[in-house]
Write a protein that binds this ligand. Structure first.
Ligand code: SAM
Length: 252
């Protein structure tokens, strides 16, 4: 029997067999994570992010990095995207994503691949999703640089934020002897988690709002929309920090 023809009872059984779900997907009436601590997640965020993106993506390609059970990849396929690739470092989530795509009869490719292995990917994408991922990474700017390099039109970025929500334009330089900028709430800060945060030892760096925006700019990503407090839609500028680094090293 094809997955598209499964009964609700069969779908529920498979959902349970696939372990604990982080994303609450609606699989033909079967909710995969109905008791999520963030509510109807990520549909509740998508209700604000989705309208800030084109209603149709016909002919376009999409990369969803850290795709989990595929919510955003599947939504983009529903909008008519030609090619949709979801990657995740956790094979358990990819099994959930493949099952969801089969039930919903949507053609999406899911690959077991780390964000760091994007360096080996010889493909660019019109839309790149980088949602709920940065704080799970020990090398956040490297990953963001790699994602920016693959982005043709827009990169959609979301992160947990902690600390001050104040922002100010960056100064061109800071005096070595003046320590006051570091005490200002609007100075970009990444909070380092050595052990575990919210019961999750894979949380490493949590930015404040100023740091999230500064890191995006530094990766050559110019925010063009901010549809909800944790999400920025960015255009690639092609002027990333790593380009300057390579220019300085004389290798560009
Ligand atoms: C908080 S969830 C966010 C899932 C989804 N993007 C969303 O916004 O709902 C983080 C996801 O990133 C994945 N992940 C963590 N480290 C990764 C890495 N190095 N490369 C790719 N995916 C990673 C996890 O397996 C998990 O599915």
């Amino acid at each position: 029997m094809s997955s598209a023809a499964l009964s609700s009872a069969d779908i529920r059984q498979q959902v349970e067999a696939l372990g604990e779900w982080f994303q609450n997907l609606d699989l033909k009436g079967v909710a995969t994570a109905p008791r999520h601590y963030l509510g109807d997640y990520p549909a509740n965020k998508w209700r604000r992010i989705g309208p800030a993106l084109p209603a149709r993506l016909d002919g376009l390609s999409v990369l969803d990095i850290g795709c989990n059970a595929g919510f955003h990849a599947l939504e983009c396929k529903r909008r008519g995207a030609r090619r949709v690739l979801g990657i995740d470092a956790d094979a358990r989530y990819l099994a959930q994503a493949r099952f969801a795509a089969a039930v919903l009869n949507l053609e999406v490719a899911f690959e077991h691949r780390s964000v760091y292995a994007l360096a080996e990917l010889d493909e660019r994408f019109d839309y790149v999703f980088f949602l709920g991922l940065i704080y799970h990474l020990r090398y956040p700017l490297y990953a963001l640089d790699l994602a920016a390099r693959l982005t043709r039109r827009r990169l959609v970025f979301q992160t947990m934020l902690r600390g001050s929500a104040q922002v100010a334009p960056p100064a061109p330089d800071y005096d070595f002897w003046d320590r006051s900028p570091f005490r200002r709430p609007e100075f970009p800060k990444l909070y380092f988690i050595e052990r575990s945060y919210a019961g999750d030892p894979t949380n490493w760096w949590i930015p404040n709002r100023a740091a999230a925006e500064a890191m995006l700019r530094s990766a050559g990503l110019e925010p063009v929309a901010h549809p909800e407090p944790e999400t920025w839609i960015c255009a690639p500028t092609g002027r990333a920090g790593y380009v300057w680094e390579r220019e300085l090293a004389g290798t560009l």
